[in-house]
Write a protein that binds this ligand. Structure first.
Ligand SMILES: NC(=O)c1ccc[n+]([C@@H]2O[C@H](COP(=O)([O-])OP(=O)(O)OC[C@H]3O[C@@H](n4cnc5c(N)ncnc54)[C@H](OP(=O)(O)O)[C@@H]3O)[C@@H](O)[C@H]2O)c1
Length: 330
């Protein structure tokens, strides 16, 4: 019988789990070799105004990529920071609010008109909301940004034939997930996407559920894009482990000083934490793979709920129905 999995559904147990995982011995998947670079590759990365995304943008630019930062804030100063840190001038910024489907459509339009095609997409942006908030489309914001936006962005980019397929390597679509995707007991199929109230005490639980949706989507996407033995796209996901970023910015002001201290002392810097993102973006070791999942720098299976094709199929269907209901065309 499989051991029931422990839940890390509140900010304290989730923080403890993140720290304790860092001390566990992990078998490393490999190293990025000095000659592995991204010269000539165009990489689109969301949420690169802060934390992990910003650190990743700097490293990818340093490795020679043309980096397109899709951000809600930090234009132009974060882009200038990336240029300065990497010594590259091939750094661009496009505004996007991922809670707004019109803004996502505009991002895709800008990508087409400014760059035509890209090689790699990194879906990194996410939020941990202190309470349920409605987007302009009447959807819950964390659900929308952390899951639905990814479904819409990826499908629009695919529809517009935005990925370069010139034989120089498979296009890569990379999702920054979290080990918290293992926490939920299952899917909320009956009222999928319905707005539900929650407050801070439940936000980590909701966050884990949306990471489950995103990870399940990544698996289904890989199956749909790669129907036969010869993969045409690489669809990767990863958990960077605990990162000293701005992810807890909405935690109560009373806890902020303590959280900042714990994050600083025990969490990894965004630069160190970006290693699995940079590896999956750049490494030749994963070239030609249809799917992969890393936790820190070790390879793991995604949770069995996320890997189950029945769940993937149903998630896709429910998401399409929801978008139709909200009159979002993809
Ligand atoms: N921190 C951790 O311990 C940890 C652990 C596991 C996984 N992760 C994952 O790592 C990824 C990066 O998070 P982080 O830790 O670096 O947090 P962060 O510093 O808060 O960065 C989050 C990024 O997402 C952007 N974002 C949020 N809502 C957005 C929206 N509506 N439209 C556009 N962009 C939006 C933010 O933009 P603004 O700056 O404009 O708000 C920011 O650039 C996330 O997917 C997170 O779930 C983090």
């Amino acid at each position: 019988m499989t051991k029931p999995q422990k839940k890390y559904n509140n900010p304290f147990t989730a923080t403890y789990k993140g720290i304790s995982d860092l001390f566990k011995k992990q078998e490393r998947v490999g190293e990025l070799k000095p000659d592995e670079r991204l010269d000539g590759k165009k990489v689109l990365i969301t949420g690169s105004s802060s934390g992990l995304g910003l650190a990743t943008a700097k490293e990818l630019a340093r490795l020679g990529a043309e980096v397109i930062m899709a951000v809600r804030s930090g234009i132009p100063e974060r882009g200038e920071e990336v240029k300065k840190a990497s010594g590259s001038t091939k750094v661009h910024m496009i505004h996007v609010d991922l809670s707004d489907f019109d803004s996502i459509k505009n991002l895709v339009k800008e990508i087409k008109s400014q760059f035509n095609k890209i090689d790699i997409l990194i879906c990194n942006a996410a939020v941990v909301s202190k309470k349920a908030r409605k987007t302009k489309h009447e959807l819950e914001e964390m659900f929308s940004v952390n899951y639905l936006a990814k479904f819409v962005l990826v499908n629009l980019l695919l529809k517009e034939d935005t990925f370069i397929k010139d034989g120089s390597g498979l296009p890569r679509i990379i999702f920054v997930s979290s080990e918290s995707h293992r926490n939920p007991d299952g899917f909320e199929w009956d009222d999928f996407g319905a707005f539900k109230e929650y407050s801070m005490g439940k936000s980590v639980e909701r966050y884990g559920y949306y990471k489950l949706l995103m990870t399940t989507f990544s698996q289904e996407l890989s199956r749909r894009l790669n129907p036969n033995q010869h993969p045409e796209y690489s669809v990767f996901a990863l958990c960077p482990g605990p990162v000293n970023s701005n992810i807890a910015r909405e935690a109560p002001a009373l806890f902020q000083p303590l959280l900042k201290l714990v994050f600083k002392m025990f969490f990894r810097s965004p630069e160190d934490a970006s290693e699995p993102v940079v590896y999956l973006t750049t490494s030749k070791d994963v070239e030609g793979k249809a799917t992969d999942y890393l936790f820190l720098m070790s390879r793991k299976d995604v949770d069995e709920k996320a890997a189950d094709p029945q769940n993937g199929k149903l998630l896709w269907q429910k998401t399409e129905e929801l978008l139709k209901k909200h009159q979002v065309e993809i």
